[in-house]
Design a protein around this ligand. Sequence first.
Ligand SMILES: C[S@@+](CC[C@H](N)C(=O)[O-])C[C@H]1O[C@@H](n2cnc3c(N)ncnc32)[C@H](O)[C@@H]1O
Length: 283
Amino acid sequence: MKEFDDLKLIYDERLVTGDELRGRPHAARMTLEQLLPLLISPDSGKSLVKLDGHLTDGDNDYPVVEGLPVLYPAPVAEALLSGGVPLVYHEDAFQQYFLLNQIKQRGEINAAPSNLHYQRHLYRMSEFLQECRGTVLDVGCDDIEVSASLFPDNCQYVGLDPFSTKRSQFRIIGCGEFLPLHDDSIDNVVLNTSLDHILDFHKAIEEAHRVLKPGKFLWLCTLIWLKNAALQHDSVHFHHFRNYEIEGAFQEFDFKEVIRKEYSHKDETHRYGLYLCAQKTKG
Ligand SMILES: C[S@@+](CC[C@H](N)C(=O)[O-])C[C@H]1O[C@@H](n2cnc3c(N)ncnc32)[C@H](O)[C@@H]1O
């Protein structure tokens, strides 16, 4: 097992654009009908069925807005769908949690497609995911046109993201901390530069572990900070991870391997990109 400190940090200038990735054979996207047997309520954990255009577990209803299943937990769903959690909810822990999410989400979340560092990341990520097989849940997927094209063509892909409600691409509108999927139901969970956007990242890793089938894989790409990790200068992320935070969060996984550790900028030595694959115990 290659652990966190075993790999040398490298710098690699190879890159690929989103357009090139889209032009290659890549993962097929799942439809709501294909996905439905895997879905559960984020509130009760019960299976969902489609009824009169919405999803229901019998007690709670979840809307399908412009074809997209909205699987926020019920106590915040209405507020999130109608423009956000109002500040008056700040004394309720649950509402407060989502309010903090919204605040962080106001910033510039993703790099421009023309950004060379971003294209190098796309190259590394598409290489990293070459061994991925079967169903894929991409937590914090953002633009599915690019995200799905990172996976090989023998994968069946679905994205999940809480915040991109206006885009028409099919995905689950939901949160990494409350995955609306059955236990042991999916072959791969991917967190591609999204874990540092999730306030309770431990819960997100636990959820990923829960929904993975025994023996299947979590693929993580995140920045690891070596110094200058002050969060007060960062308007979009909740975390500037140190390696021990990620190591600690992955303790439930049977096996983990650091596939790449790489600086994204030549002159940037205070942080690096970690590409980690972790396997759930075979059971
Ligand atoms: C830097 S973007 C990464 C997007 C995509 N994976 C990529 O590599 O292009 C981070 C994503 O995390 C999403 N996000 C924020 N909070 C989240 C949460 N609680 N659960 C899941 N995703 C979240 C954001 O909406 C955003 O799309």
